[in-house]
Design a protein around this ligand. Sequence first.
Ligand SMILES: C[S@@+](CC[C@H](N)C(=O)[O-])C[C@H]1O[C@@H](n2cnc3c(N)ncnc32)[C@H](O)[C@@H]1O
Length: 247
Amino acid sequence: MTDAAYLLVHGDREYLLEPGEEFGTDLGVLEIPDDVAGGDEIETHLGTVFEVRELRGPDLFNHLERTGAPMMPRDVGLVMGHTGVSGGDRVLDAGTGTGILSAYLGRAGAEVTTYEVDPEFADVARRNMETAGVADRVEVRTGDLSEELDALADDAEPFDVLTLDTGDAPDIVARAPELLVSGGYLAVYSPFVEGTREAVMAAREAGFEGVDTFETIQREMDYSDRGSRPSTAGVGHTGYLVFARAP
Ligand SMILES: C[S@@+](CC[C@H](N)C(=O)[O-])C[C@H]1O[C@@H](n2cnc3c(N)ncnc32)[C@H](O)[C@@H]1O
């Protein structure tokens, strides 16, 4: 990994800052030394002390600059759990969006090639990969993955995992066996059931095995003096994930 940013914490305030950066807050100016390390304490010029923390995955979700709707940690967890992605795996991803999924995969040790069709989003994602310390493992390519399939199938070494979070995922799934090693995994995220069904049908048609779909619902627990129960704040649906294994 390359040098990542650090999290500066005081109470419920959190700032993601780079070594050498100067940052003004209403509690004073923070000057981050070049040799800053996790566990340090840095005082603003007005005397407020901030704790320095090493960056972790959820900090990326909370603090990276957002463009395309980022994947939530619960969905990232399912992708990692159901594909078993790990150090050294080659992952093909689209669309990059904010780059949350790509950054998590890179921090887990995978070599990620990710496509983003919007050039401005791609620029932001490249900066986000620097901040996350994975610019050497996550290559953000500007382009429409569906237009790169021929070139990738002809020239690229096959990938271990393909992750898709785009509206046109079903079209890409149809070509996915040409991109993946036999036994490699496909993971498709869709916020809607219609796109999910299309992805499942495309995966079956393309000969994928073990095509499974999971809806992601997460219930947060509330604890009060009266008792403990799931939060009444909402159902907590984020979307659907389709997993399948390449023939
Ligand atoms: C929901 S966001 C992806 C979020 C990302 N998974 C994350 O964790 O931050 C979808 C992104 O895909 C991009 N996109 C849509 N279709 C694409 C395609 N065929 N090729 C490349 N990027 C695409 C969009 O511009 C958008 O930024």
